[in-house]
Structures are given as structure tokens and as C-alpha cells.
Write a protein that binds this ligand. Structure first.
Ligand SMILES: NC(=O)C1=CN([C@@H]2O[C@H](COP(=O)(O)OP(=O)(O)OC[C@H]3O[C@@H](n4cnc5c(N)ncnc54)[C@H](O)[C@@H]3O)[C@@H](O)[C@H]2O)C=CC1
Ligand SMILES: CCCCCC(=O)/C=C/C=C\C/C=C\C/C=C\CCCC(=O)O
Length: 256
């Protein structure tokens, strides 16, 4: 899938991995709607984008993925401004084992909520052009992080949702591919604030740090390049792409 002129929506676009995904999609010719609840960071990124790419390639929309109303409005504005939606990157996420219901609401329910509302614009069954959805899960969507059981559960949920939606799309004819991105540890605010967010599992902070030291840390641009692969390679549907500092590979699941 060539990206020239394609229209992308990225959630959690203002910082971290979402910011890098946004920059990579822009560099490859897409127009991007940046959805985030951090208005200060979102507007600042827009200023940079406008200087680099000129006006009209990107649009910042203040949107909390917990709000159906705000998501609907953001998708409508994107479709009106750019002329549809071809690519969705469900990337917004938090790690907080204290406010664990919020973690579920953003990381898992948020992905489902944005996906269903975006499909109204993207699915060929409802007048869309088809396209591709990439969900940022995590390697914790494949294996357990002992210090973050709820975060782990949400990411396993995202991988399962992505694979089931890929099958539903193929069988029903949405014309939309679905893939999950599963990075190991990435240098962002989420990782640097980790120790204060573990709640009742704070005693496991040290063993988690040992795991981080052992696995190493990715930079956001490596992760964004993997998103580009999942977006552009039209053979990929229902995949979970594992991304490590030393390389990447597609997860093989047991066939049932
Ligand atoms: N940093 C890491 O080591 C890894 C992160 N991930 C996942 O990558 C995704 C992005 O995380 P990072 O860039 O590391 O985090 P980050 O904290 O650097 O950035 C997250 C962005 O999402 C936005 N956001 C948070 N809640 C939101 C909401 N309710 N609605 C809209 N926007 C919201 C924030 O304002 C921020 O701009 C998350 O889903 C995370 O679970 C996956 C694997 C590793
Ligand atoms: C705890 C920080 C979480 C940062 C964000 C994230 O999603 C990173 C995940 C990276 C890798 C974890 C994946 C699987 C766990 C593999 C082995 C688990 C060993 C058990 C343990 O000590 O936790």
C-alpha cells in the first residue's frame, strides 16, 4: 500500500511512539489526524509539522479515547477535512496498576471503541474505501509482565481483538486489514515513569528493571518503521509483529 495521499488517524499522537508513527507516516506521504488529550504537546507538534511539511498535511484534534462523543467528532472532522480515513493507528495507552480500571478503559476498551467508530468510515460495507488498522499492543500482549498484570491483560486483549477482527474483516468483506504491533521496552515517558505506577506490585520494580536491562531499550523511530511495514505490506493481516532492540519477527500462534 503506497502512502501518498492516504489519510491516517493516530491516537496518542502527541508524544512517544505515537509522535514517531505520525512523523513516519508524514515522511511517507500520508496526511495525518493527530488525536490526543494532551493539547499542549499536540499543538506544539503541529507547529513543528507545519514548518517541516507546510500547512494542510496534518490536523491536531483534542480527543480522549475514553469518550465516544469526542472520537466520533474527531473522525468526522478528519473525514470532512481530508476526504475519508484509510489508516488507523490505535496507539494511545497508559500503564497504571493503581487506577487499573482506567488502564482497561484506555488500553483495551479505547482500542475497541475507536476501531468500531472508525470502521463506519473505513469499511467497504458502509461506503468506505477499506484500509488498514494497526493496534499498538506490546510484547506484554504475548508474555506476562509480572509487575503489571492489568497492563498485561489489556495488551493480551488487544492482540486477541486484532486477530479476531482480521478474521471478521476477511470473512465479511470490510476490506480492512488488522495487525498488532508488539514492541519490547521503548524509551518514552511511559517507561521512565514506570516505578511510580505499579501500585501493589511496586515490590517487583527491581526485577522489572533487571528485565529491561537484559532485553535492552528500543528507540521510537525503530518502532515506527515497524508500523510502516504493517501498513504498507498488503500481505499482512491478523499478524502480531514482535519488535526487539536486536530485530523483529512475526509471532507464530498454534493453529486450533
Ligand atoms: N514505552 C514502552 O516501553 C512501550 C509502550 N507500548 C505501548 O505504546 C503505546 C504508546 O506508549 P508510549 O508512547 O510509550 O507512551 P507515552 O506516555 O510516551 O505517550 C502516550 C500518548 O498517549 C496519549 N494518551 C494517553 N491517554 C490517552 C487517552 N485517553 N486519549 C488519547 N490520548 C491519550 C498521551 O497524552 C501521550 O501523548 C501505548 O499503547 C503503550 O502501551 C508498548 C510497548 C512498549
Ligand atoms: C513494565 C514496563 C512496561 C513497559 C511497556 C511495555 O509494554 C513493555 C513490554 C516489554 C516486554 C515485556 C514482555 C513480555 C515479558 C517477557 C518476560 C516476562 C518475565 C517476567 C517478569 O519478570 O516480569
Amino acid at each position: 500500500m503506497a502512502l501518498d495521499g492516504k489519510i491516517a488517524v493516530v491516537t496518542g499522537a502527541a508524544l512517544g511512539i505515537g509522535k514517531a508513527i505520525t512523523e513516519t507516516l508524514l515522511q511517507n506521504g500520508a496526511k495525518v489526524a493527530l488525536l490526543d488529550l494532551n493539547e499542549t504537546a499536540g499543538k506544539s507538534l503541529m507547529e513543528t509539522i507545519n514548518k517541516l511539511y507546510g500547512q494542510g498535511r496534518a490536523l491536531f484534534l483534542n480527543c480522549n479515547v475514553e469518550s465516544e462523543e469526542q472520537i466520533k467528532a474527531a473522525l468526522q472532522k478528519t473525514a470532512e477535512t481530508f476526504g475519508g480515513v484509510d489508516i488507523l493507528c490505535n496507539n494511545a495507552g497508559i500503564l497504571n496498576e493503581r487506577t487499573w480500571e482506567k488502564t482497561v478503559s484506555i488500553n483495551l476498551v479505547g482500542v475497541i471503541r475507536v476501531t468500531y467508530l472508525a470502521l463506519e468510515h473505513m469499511s467497504k460495507l458502509t461506503g468506505g474505501r477499506g484500509g488498514v488498522i494497526v493496534n499498538t499492543a506490546s510484547m506484554a500482549g504475548i508474555g506476562p509482565l509480572f509487575s503489571c498484570p492489568v497492563y498485561t491483560a489489556t495488551k493480551h486483549g488487544v492482540v486477541g481483538f486484532t486477530r479476531a477482527m482480521a478474521g471478521a474483516s476477511t470473512t465479511s468483506g470490510y476490506g480492512v486489514r488488522f495487525n498488532a504491533l508488539c514492541p519490547s521496552f521503548v524509551q518514552t515517558n511511559l517507561l521512565s515513569t514506570l516505578t511510580s505506577e505499579l501500585g501493589q506490585f511496586a515490590n517487583l520494580a527491581e526485577s522489572t528493571q533487571q528485565l529491561i536491562d537484559k532485553m535492552g531499550i528500543l528507540n521510537v523511530s525503530d518502532v515506527a518503521e515497524s508500523v510502516l511495514e504493517l501498513v504498507t505490506d498488503e500481505t499482512k493481516n491478523g499478524e502480531a509483529l514482535l519488535v526487539f532492540p536486536k530485530g523483529k519477527n512475526y509471532m507464530t500462534f498454534p493453529s486450533l
